[in-house]
Design a protein around this ligand. Sequence first.
Ligand code: KIV
Length: 263
Amino acid sequence: MQSKVTRSTLMKMKQEGKKITALTAYDFPFAGILDKAGIEIVLVGDSLGMVVQGNENTLSVTMDESIYHTRLVSRACNHSMVIADMPFMSYHGSVDQAVANAGRFLKEAGAAAVKLEGGADVCPIITAFVKAGIPVMAHVGLLGQSVHQMGGFKVQRDEERLLKDAEEVEKAGAFCVVLEGMPSFIATRITQELNIPTIGIGAGPDCDGQILVLHDMLGINDGFCPKFVKKYANIAQIADQGVASYIKEVKEGTFPSDEYEYK
Ligand code: KIV
């Protein structure tokens, strides 16, 4: 079996120019598939709120829901590093409360690190987490939790602000950073300037790694898919066909046939 991925593994991969792979997962069976395939990072994203819970955005996801899903994912991961996304408003009150919330993911759910959204504004929180022994993946660019403040899910184009945010989160102690929804040339520049690995989503090919939401890239859910998502499978279509065949066979009395009966 491959050894467990740690922050040092990821740092070494950046230094050696090896690409880092990351996907989201929210449950035991899919996390197991990713772990066996050799994915380096499994993120229990707050995209949970959209792709699993069916909400319009990620804002309603709670600490308890995230803890529950992180526990399911951790149980399946022997190789991949499990990172839990801090839900909206779980790190915006007092620093003590934020540290207590982050600590729950390591203590109760088996995560190895947490992710939080924001740049220079969240640096005091990143520093407090690191001081408490909680590794942090930062996230700058398009921030789902700020959807109302940003006026929608919009590509971010302020090059100097994005670079400054990325530099600040590195200085504050983050061990890697997600770059979301920005022109490729900005992500390329950030990736060159930072020592920590960058993990891109809608940020072009030059990041140190890539992440996608599992339900988007496997076509588990029908419906809107952002431009940066490549569909590697169409699971919704396969599931539709399976369920339709089951309904047909039950209605016409051909299921269960002999081989599925106890005699
Ligand atoms: O919640 C999530 O899935 C994420 C990824 C888009 C990086 O934050």
